[in-house]
Ligand binder design. Structure first.
Ligand SMILES: [Zn+2]
Length: 195
C-alpha cells in the first residue's frame, strides 16, 4: 500500500526558524479550535513521530467530498481514520517538497511564459547550492526570477515550513485553502503525491 500526501506549503522560502515554529503553533491552535484535528498520536506518519488525527468534523468541512473512512495500518495505529496532519519545520532552511513518484513535466517562466520543462531541475539545483534565496535565471529569456515563481506541473514547494496531511484521500476545498492562507497570513501552495 502506498501512502499519499497533500502538503500545504507557504510560498515564502527560508522562514527564520523561530518564526516558522511560531507559525506552525499558531496554525495548530487554529485547527484545534475548529476541532479539525484531535490529540497527537505517536507513530502514525512516516516523516515525524507525532501526527494529529483529522476529525470527522474536518472530513466534513475541509474536504469537499463525502469520504469513506480510510484504514491505516501501522504500528500503534491500527485504526480507522480520516488522515493525519504533521506540522514540520525542517532542520535546513532550504527544502524541496516534491510530488514523490514521477517528475516535473513542465515549468513555465514567470517572465517570458516559456515552458522550460526539465531544465527546471537545474534551476532548483542552482538555488539549492546558492548561499541565500537567490533568484534563478531562466534559460530561455535570461531573466532572473524567484524559484517558486515558476509554475510547475506537478506543483513543487520550497518552504522550510510545511503542513503535511497524510492519506486524506481527497482534495481540499478552495474555501478551506483560502481560510488557511488568511489565518497563516501569507499565500500557500498545495503539493500532492504518493510515496
Ligand atoms: Zn523566461
Amino acid at each position: 500500500m502506498s501512502d499519499s500526501f497533500t502538503i500545504i506549503v507557504p510560498e515564502r522560502v527560508m522562514i527564520p526558524e523561530e518564526e516558522a515554529h511560531a507559525l506552525g503553533k499558531k496554525m495548530l491552535s487554529w485547527l484545534r479550535e475548529k476541532a479539525w484535528v484531535g490529540n497527537p498520536l505517536p507513530g502514525c506518519i512516516l516523516t515525524r513521530e507525532l501526527g494529529y488525527r483529522l476529525t470527522k468534523n474536518a472530513a466534513e468541512i475541509i474536504l469537499p467530498e463525502d469520504l469513506p473512512l480510510f484504514s491505516w495500518v501501522a504500528d500503534h495505529c491500527d485504526q480507522q481514520v480520516y488522515g493525519y496532519l504533521a506540522i514540520d519545520v525542517a532542520d535546513e532552511l532550504k527544502v524541496v517538497h516534491h510530488s514523490g513518484q514521477g517528475g516535473i513535466t513542465s515549468a513555465v517562466c514567470p517572465a517570458c511564459g516559456q515552458d522550460i520543462g526539465e531544465q527546471y531541475y537545474d534551476l532548483i539545483e542552482t538555488w539549492w547550492n546558492a548561499e541565500g534565496d537567490e533568484n534563478v535565471i531562466c534559460p530561455a529569456c535570461q531573466q532572473p526570477s524567484p524559484l517558486p515563481a515558476f509554475r510547475s506541473d506537478p506543483v513543487w514547494g520550497f518552504s522550510n515550513l510545511s503542513f503535511q496531511f497524510w492519506n486524506i484521500n481527497a482534495r481540499f476545498s478552495e474555501n478551506f485553502l483560502a481560510a488557511f492562507a488568511k489565518e497563516l497570513g501569507e499565500p500557500v501552495r498545495l503539493v500532492t503525491g504518493k510515496v
